[in-house]
Ligand binder design. Sequence first.
Ligand SMILES: Nc1ncnc2c1ncn2[C@@H]1O[C@H](COP(=O)(O)OP(=O)(O)OP(=O)(O)O)[C@@H](O)[C@H]1O
Ligand SMILES: [Mg+2]
Length: 294
Amino acid sequence: MTDIVRGSEDISCVSAATNAVSTGAVSVANGANNTTSLLPQEKSLVKLTHIQKSYGNVCVLQSISLHINAGEVVAIIGPSGSGKSTLLRCATLLETFQSGTLAYGDLVVAKNDAHGHAIYAPKSVLKEAKSRFGLVFQSFNLFPHCSVLHNVTDAAIRVQKRNRDEVMTQAHALLAKMGLSGKEKMVPCELSGGQQQRVAIARALALNPSILFFDEPTSALDPELTRDVLKVIRDLAAENMTMAIVTHEMSFARDVADRIIFMEAGVIVEQGTASELINNPQHMRTKTFLSHYA
Ligand SMILES: Nc1ncnc2c1ncn2[C@@H]1O[C@H](COP(=O)(O)OP(=O)(O)OP(=O)(O)O)[C@@H](O)[C@H]1O
Ligand SMILES: [Mg+2]
């Protein structure tokens, strides 16, 4: 790669991961990696491999590997501070990591140099990668002074430079699908939290992403509004949309996810199908975490 950008230097994560070998934490993570490596690699839409990320001296991700295949729905669960959002932020280029590789299909976004430091691809590659995913946040992140329609269409017209009429037609269809027909001219503060979140999902879908990432999409919502948003995500799953969803909604994760990943302290402790992980967790830390939801 040329015009390289190096992930911010920090060796604390390397030493933390090395230390973790003796505690068994990395061997658990490697066990998880072995599981993902059994999946057909050529179908992976996104591959994060041996990602290490630290903030100063604090190692937040320790050699995390996560490959997500086309059509797969992956739920990521784990206690507060375990690194779930950081993993999503690294995958979606909102954060850089110090070591590891990230690829969207055949597009290599970052890979290690000979010293094990992550080197990011040129801006043009990062831009192309960004067009392959959508991200839905807990806090909606809509433009407050812009209409619903503007929120949904802006990036597709301005960033992707797509045909305006085509984007408008798509936006109306997406808003109808989200149960928001008739709300096109409203601004976000005139909508409920659940409606705002559905606008945010429509906005993400308007970019025609290969994969959607959600970071706790319902945690700011009351139970009734949560139900509406979860229904939209279930419908997307039924249409084979590839999704990675950080969630604390265990019953939703069990229902919708093909695979559930349990993270703690920056490692993937355990992963499996919903019935494997939720009904028959193998690791004591997973059992303890799930006991809070019993
Ligand atoms: N910008 C930052 N600067 C310094 N430390 C950070 C930053 N962002 C996250 N962290 C730390 O990284 C760790 C993981 O945070 P992260 O937000 O990824 O956890 P999480 O699993 O998403 O937690 P939650 O379930 O509460 O959202 C925490 O210890 C957090 O304090
Ligand atoms: Mg989080």
